[in-house]
Design a protein around this ligand. Structure first.
Ligand code: BGP
Length: 485
């Protein structure tokens, strides 16, 4: 009965506009939150959780500072001018799909213009047409940490209900314009990350929230994003018959450190919280335990009449997620922490880590797939998975990234096992198939690609693209539909 990957499996890669495009002020583009989120001069200012501390002052300084070299993400890898060459390289690897995002600020520079920016619309139209010509299915994220900065400053981002209407208008323009080109859509990238970095995800500036109410503001903004997701799902289905709308979750599969019931209870709660976001978008309602948790914390979410019906009526067609690592929880204080970006857990002694301390757990991907499929019984797609590493360019220009090949081989092997055990997985887009600017650290040296881009953390380099060893390996994997790992 074992069959491996289905024939039409969507092998490919995933990128985000703000991490690749550059050209932050070209052809009418407005500033987005991503363009200032990693304002270099302030990277060392950290908040209580060790995140880059965003404040009104930092945003103001970043807006007034016109020096683009202060903003790694404003440079990206200049995909805006290299996209044809990059798509050709993806096609050479045999990509069946590419996940990209649309920068809202290319279409509506401040989010509130009367009419969309034609230049921005044209850019994505050309991109999608070329993808189609190459046989690459576009999977398009409407919001990947890219809301107009202007909406953040004016409304404190998604905290304000009016942003729902502005977002649905932007999405409507995208569905209408790209109806013949794009079938697969995603609403919010890692919607759960609003809890960890409310500015990049939802444009919330903490010092603009009422005293002691930051968490309440975050949950209110999240509610607005849930409503917006449901509304755009309806719009998408109406405008593009046969289209598929998915939600997108950071899959933080969490293990108890021991079988001590205290650890188990804590872990259970972490997992409930991690699934809360997709629960709302798949089942169309808030989980009872989450509502009670919010109530116990004294958090009140304003829900308008009709919101419950909207959520219930327009649920997603599929579930997508990113997977980089698993987490381990302990109720005991004082244990060694794992590094892991903005996410902390304790160190799992069974797992190795990347150069950035992310614990590598290929089997955890299989566990995640079984868990999500059992819970939702919806088609799944992995839209981010990969390994940030320092690559060494040899004197002859080659890059021998066998560690990256090992990482992918193991993850794909467990994906295959999950499929053979009954999980309906229809695609895999690895994160950063071409080196790009890191979301979490703004570094270029944290490389994910099969394709190397000649640029350092300071923005020096020719931007020339070259093939790493992993390029040829992934090509072989796709060519054999996952049989030859
Ligand atoms: C996810 C984001 C991506 C990407 C990835 C890797 O959370 O959706 O945008 O960047 O993480 O993270 P980093 O770039 O910090 O290594």
């Amino acid at each position: 009965m074992k069959k491996g990957f289905p024939d039409n499996f969507l092998w490919g890669g995933a990128i985000a506009a703000n991490q690749v495009e550059g050209a932050y002020d070209v052809d009418g583009k407005g500033l987005s939150v991503a363009d200032v989120a990693m304002y270099k001069a302030h990277l060392d200012v950290k908040d209580y959780a060790g995140h880059v501390a965003i404040s009104s002052k930092i945003v103001e300084n970043a807006i007034n500072d016109k020096d683009a070299s202060s903003y790694p993400k404003r440079r990206g890898i200049d995909f805006y001018h290299h996209w044809k060459e990059d798509l050709a390289l993806f096609a050479e690897m045999g990509f069946k799909a590419l996940r990209v995002s649309i920068a809202w600020t290319r279409i509506f520079p401040t989010g509130e213009e009367e009419t969309p920016n034609e230049k921005g619309l044209e850019f994505y139209e050309s991109l999608f047409k070329e993808m189609r010509r190459l046989g690459i299915e576009p999977i398009v994220t409407l919001s990947h940490y890219e809301m107009p900065l202007s909406l953040s400053v004016k409304y404190n981002g998604w905290a304000d209900r009016r942003v729902v209407g502005l977002f649905t208008r932007f999405s409507n323009i995208c569905f209408t314009r790209y109806r013949d080109l794009v079938k697969y859509w995603l609403t919010f990238n890692e919607i759960d990350s609003i809890i960890r970095h409310p500015f990049t995800t939802a444009g919330i500036i903490p010092d603009r929230c009422p005293d002691g109410k930051e968490e309440e503001v975050v949950f209110q903004a999240l509610h607005h994003q849930f409503v917006a997701s449901a509304l755009v799902t309806e719009d998408c289905h109406r405008i593009i018959p046969g289209s598929q709308m998915g939600c997108m979750l950071t899959k933080l599969t969490t293990y108890p450190n021991t079988c001590n019931p205290d650890d188990v209870e804590l872990t259970l709660k972490k997992n409930l919280l991690n699934h809360f976001y997709s629960d709302v978008q798949v089942f169309g309602e808030y989980p009872v335990l989450i509502l009670r948790m919010l109530e116990n914390k004294g958090i009140k979410i304003v829900m308008e009449p009709g919101d419950a019906e909207i959520l219930k009526k327009h649920t997603v067609d599929y579930v997508s997620f990113s997977y980089y690592m698993s987490l381990t929880e302990s109720a005991r204080e004082g244990l060694e922490k794992a590094a892991g970006n903005t996410i902390l857990g304790v160190k799992n002694p069974y797992l190795p880590s990347t150069d950035w301390g992310w614990q590598i757990d290929p089997k955890g991907l299989k566990i995640s797939l079984l868990e999500l499929y059992d819970r939702y019984k919806k088609p799944l797609i992995i839209v981010e998975n990969g390994m940030g590493a320092v690559d060494k360019v040899e004197a002859d220009g080659t890059i021998h990234d066998d560690y990256r090949v090992t990482y992918f081989r193991e993850h794909i092997r467990y994906m295959k096992e999950a499929i053979e055990e009954g999980v309906e997985l229809f695609g895999y887009t690895s994160w950063g198939p071409i080196d790009l600017v890191s979301a979490g650290t703004s570094q270029m040296s944290k490389r994910y690609g099969f394709i190397y881009v000649d640029q350092d953390d300071e923005g020096n380099g020719t931007l020339e693209r070259s093939r790493k060893d992993s390029f040829y390996w992934y090509k072989k994997v796709i060519g054999s539909n996952g049989a030859d790992l």
